[in-house]
Design a protein around this ligand. Sequence first.
Ligand code: SAM
Length: 281
Amino acid sequence: MSAFDGLPPLRDVIATHDLRAKKSLGQNFLLDLNLTAKIARKAGDLSACDVLEVGPGPGGLTRGLLAEGARRVLAIEKDSRAMAALAEIAAHYPGRLEVINADALDVDVSAHLTPPIRVCANLPYNVGTELLTRWLTPPAWPPFWSSLTLMFQREVAARIVAPPGSKTYGRLAVLCSWRTEAKIVMELAPEAFTPAPKVHSSVVHLTALDAPRYPARTETLLRITATAFNQRRKMVRSSMKSLHPAIEDLLVEAGIKPTARAEEITLEQFCTLSRGLDAAR
Ligand code: SAM
């Protein structure tokens, strides 16, 4: 029996192409095409967009994106075993799917995509945070993408949307709220995947803001948040001491109590401190 898009069911695709999941590649596949179409819809209107997908595997989400009307999909997959299955999808949707067999960390996607561009992916857990950080810190803003719709381990998703004062508030939350509007749009139990991982998952949708909420140099903001949150239990006058000899004065000028802990500092205060630090150099 074929699936709603006329292609074979994903279980058959996996059996035909011997795509047994490899742990080393973070392979936990989504086999329910209704679910992948639902995730694709969370990415917004795709009809006028190119979509970047990282890690298509056997192509469940890829098929969801195409069935939901994506203008074009660029899919980057490291596992060469998946190429034949993905070629069948490309043949079924002529001119709408380009597949690159490579490590997504090594590919410059800009040459392959035409704006507006959305990113939608069930990311391999081992490279998810690295890719997100890269997408949030391009040399210039706005970035090449207008939205990111990404599957993460539930704990990582919580860190992305965490408000100040919460246990999960950290560098990732500061970075995401600085340049995007981020929200969790879907929760998935382990059984949604084959094989089922040990963890729950969440889909996060991030919309790029036209400009960051407050001015700051990316490099400085990354450095001060790394310094502050690496020792999150310490008072900032102590954890941030290495940043500048007059750090206490700079903290006060930014409206931050030197006795505060990193998790109490708002995005606006981090950005003000960031500018103060640059001006003091
Ligand atoms: N999108 C598929 C789905 O939803 O069923 C597969 C998702 S699986 C969690 C992650 C996929 O990313 C796997 O197909 C894996 O081979 C691929 N992958 C792992 N590391 C990668 C990398 N560095 N670059 C590109 N793809 C990678």
